[in-house]
Design a protein around this ligand. Structure first.
Ligand code: SF4
Length: 212
C-alpha cells in the first residue's frame, strides 16, 4: 500500500522527468557541442568565454521555449544565492559595465580547489561558498533586473528552476528545490576556461553596488 505522501513524491518525480524530457527532446546538442569545441580551441580565456556564453545561450533558449521552467523576467531569487565566477567572467562584466577590471579577491580559489568548489556549490554544503547567501548580487537593480545581462556569468545563464512555484527558488530553499542538472556543463566551463583561473563569488569580485 502506498501513502498519499508516497504518491505525491512519485507524481513530482514523474513531472520532473517529463520536464527534463521535454527540454532534452529539443536541445540542439550538436550546436552546443560545436560551440564548446570552438571554445576549447580559442587561444585566450576571453575568447573561450565568448564561445562558452554562446553554448550556454543555446541551452537557455531551449529551456525557456520549453516552458518547463517558471523562470521569467522580474524573478530574481537566484540572484541572492552563491554565484561563483572566473576571472575571465569578472573582466568581461567589468568591461561591459565600464568598471576597472577587479583585482583577485582574497577569497578566490584556483586549481583543484575550483573543482572542489564546483562540487561544493552544487551540493550546497560549504559555508565559505555560501558566505553571500541571501545577499543580492552587486548588479541586481530596479527590484529584479540584471544590469549586466549581456555579460552575465555562465552560472547565471545556466541556472534553471524546475519547480512549479518561483517561491521555491528563494535563498532559504537553496539546494532543496529542483533545478535542471547542469553540473557537467559547469564543470566543462571551468575546465575550458582553465584551472589557473581564479574563481570567487561575484560579490567578492565586485563589492560595491553598481547601477549600469
Ligand atoms: S549577474 Fe545578473 S543574473 Fe547573475 S546574479 Fe547578478 S544580477 Fe543576477
Amino acid at each position: 500500500m502506498t501513502s498519499d505522501s508516497d504518491e505525491g513524491k512519485d507524481g513530482e518525480a514523474l513531472r520532473l522527468q517529463d520536464a527534463v524530457g521535454r527540454i532534452e527532446a529539443v536541445m540542439d546538442n550538436a550546436a552546443e557541442a560545436r560551440f564548446r569545441s570552438t571554445a576549447r580551441q580559442a587561444r585566450t580565456s576571453a575568447k573561450r568565454l565568448i564561445w562558452l556564453q554562446r553554448a550556454a545561450d543555446i541551452v537557455q533558449d531551449v529551456v525557456l521555449a520549453s516552458k518547463a521552467v517558471p523562470c521569467g523576467s522580474g524573478c530574481s531569487h537566484c540572484c541572492a544565492i552563491p554565484v561563483a565566477i572566473t576571472q575571465a567572467e569578472a573582466f568581461a562584466i567589468a568591461d561591459f559595465a565600464k568598471l576597472p577590471r577587479p583585482s583577485q579577491p582574497a577569497a578566490a580559489i584556483t586549481g583543484r580547489g575550483v573543482l572542489a568548489q564546483e562540487q561544493v556549490v552544487e551540493d550546497a554544503r560549504d559555508e565559505a561558498a555560501l558566505a553571500h547567501m541571501g545577499e543580492p548580487c552587486t548588479f541586481l537593480v530596479d527590484g529584479g533586473r540584471c544590469s549586466v545581462y549581456p555579460a552575465r556569468p555562465l552560472a547565471c545563464r545556466l541556472h534553471f528552476s524546475l519547480s512549479t512555484n518561483s517561491d521555491d527558488c528563494r535563498p532559504d530553499y537553496f539546494g532543496q528545490s529542483p533545478r535542471l542538472d547542469v553540473f557537467d556543463r559547469n564543470l566543462d566551463n571551468i575546465l575550458t576556461l582553465g584551472l589557473s583561473q581564479p574563481v570567487a563569488d561575484i560579490r567578492d569580485w565586485f563589492a560595491q553596488r553598481k547601477q549600469v
